[in-house]
Design a protein. Structure first.
Length: 448
């Protein structure tokens, strides 16, 4: 039976490529300032039609509170069978610098055995994984299905997070397949069980009533930008690791590791540049807070004048590992920034959003079924992976459906370069993970 399923999936791969090319060609960036909103609508309608063709019922678009459209649908379970929710998203990141792309970002292009295009992996490749699994099963789908494919995940505007609680009855399932992650590496079957949360603040420094001439006043006049640099530098130790007063920054990771050489390649670290922090790469990525200065307001180099800056400000993000309360971490960050002010300069810190971390419970029948499916397809046991990014929806789902098992998986892996120029997907991961999904549905049904 498994061999027959594998043959069906193999036969479906040309269709998967054609469909992915059609979907990638739609520039579904959910930011009307950059792309026409009707392109997101077009992508949503494409997704709805495809899942209807794959056997789901009443597949339609639902407007969420942020104005985006989620594609929802269902298929009733056979008597006594469990129900599985399938999740993905059809919106994509903007292509950034199109000149950095080797091929057009919205044109699926095959190169060196990979398929390139914006959204090829994140997350349209995962949509094709779902579709290929369902098409391979045909009418022999052994579980009930719920479907939700959202349209604003990349913008972080929270449309689906707000939509879920009042529609809990329509979306309730025994297992939730959140397909917006992937394997630790090509060919390494993996479930993501840990997500860092994230908090944001903006720190502003005032030192003078206004900018003053650096020749007449530089030296004794306090430099707001220099003060800001000292404040920001205080967030790291001598090795470059995050150090924030009142926050545990020494956690350790017990799941699958991340080879340092592989990480350097994946992250594009230049030769001779050392990694920051201490401990294993996995410790630093998935078990410890990580601070980043993501924006700074100060005089630009071009057009700069010989003046002492009176004000400066920066936007700071802090990734928060499971086991750390996001609000408490934000409070610790604010207190640290305020206490680090040198020379009596005035510091104000604006608190922005705070998203909680997530950790999955992995001891239930759905995880056992997923492990069995991955072993059959990949020939090795499932690994557990952390992820440095945040998916706020997972916490909403965990709160709304406390009895459901939540599993994060998919076709993404480090070589995909999601969010960056030249995003790509390995078609073998689509093939294998579609096979995993189809087998999982069978094994999960048999476990009940």
């Amino acid at each position: 039976m498994t061999d027959e399923l594998a043959r069906r999936i193999d036969a479906l791969m040309p269709r998967a490529r054609t469909d992915l090319a059609e979907l990638v060609a739609i520039p579904s960036v959910a930011d009307p300032r950059q792309y026409p909103p009707e392109k997101c609508r077009e992508a949503a309608e494409w997704v709805a039609a495809a899942f209807t063709d794959a056997g789901l019922r009443d597949v339609h678009l639902e407007e969420t509170p942020d104005g985006s459209h989620a594609v929802v649908g269902h298929r009733p379970p056979p008597p006594g069978a469990p129900t599985v929710l399938l999740y993905s998203h059809y919106d994509v990141q903007p292509p950034l610098d199109e000149a950095a792309w080797t091929s057009p970002p919205f044109e699926l292009t095959e190169r060196d055995g990979r398929w390139y295009g914006r959204g090829a992996a994140d997350c349209k490749g995962n949509i094709l994984m779902h579709l290929t699994a369902l098409r391979a099963l045909g009418e022999d789908i052994p579980v009930g299905l719920k479907l939700v494919v959202e349209g604003s995940e990349e913008q972080g505007t929270g449309g689906l997070e707000q939509y879920v609680p009042p529609h809990a009855g329509e979306l309730h399932a025994d297992a939730l397949l959140i397909c917006d992650t992937g394997n630790a590496a090509v060919g390494v079957p993996t479930a993501t069980t840990s997500l860092r949360g994230v908090v944001y603040v903006v720190v502003a420094v005032e030192a003078l009533k206004g900018d003053v001439h650096s020749g007449m006043f530089g030296g004794p006049a306090p430099d707001a930008l220099a003060a800001l640099i000292r404040i920001l530098d205080s967030l790291r130790d001598a090795d470059g690791g995050t150090r924030i007063n009142g926050l545990d920054c020494d956690g350790s990771w017990s799941g699958v590791g991340y080879d340092e050489g592989t990480f350097r390649t994946d992250a594009g670290v230049l030769d001779g540049v050392r990694l920051t922090g201490s401990g294993t790469v996995a410790d630093r990525l998935w078990a410890r807070p990580a601070v980043t200065v993501i924006g700074i307001d100060c005089p630009p180099v071009v057009g700069s004048v010989p003046a002492v800056p009176a004000t400066a400000r920066a936007r700071v993000s802090l990734r928060v590992p499971p086991g750390t309360d996001a609000q408490a971490a934000q409070a610790a960050l604010v207190a640290h920034l305020e206490a680090a002010a040198p020379w009596g300069v005035r510091v104000s810190v604006e608190r922005e959003s705070a998203g909680a971390p997530f950790r999955a419970e992995t001891g239930g029948p759905a995880y056992a079924a997923l492990d069995k499916a991955m072993q059959e397809v990949y020939g090795k046991p499932m690994s557990f992976l952390g992820q440095g990014g945040s998916i706020p929806l997972c916490n909403v789902l965990a709160t709304t459906f406390p009895e459901a098992e939540i599993m994060l998986m998919g076709v993404e892996e480090p070589r995909c370069r999601i969010h960056a120029p030249n995003e790509s997907v390995d078609p073998e991961e689509i093939r294998r993970m579609a096979h995993v999904e189809a087998l999982f549905l069978r094994h999960f049904a048999a476990s009940r």
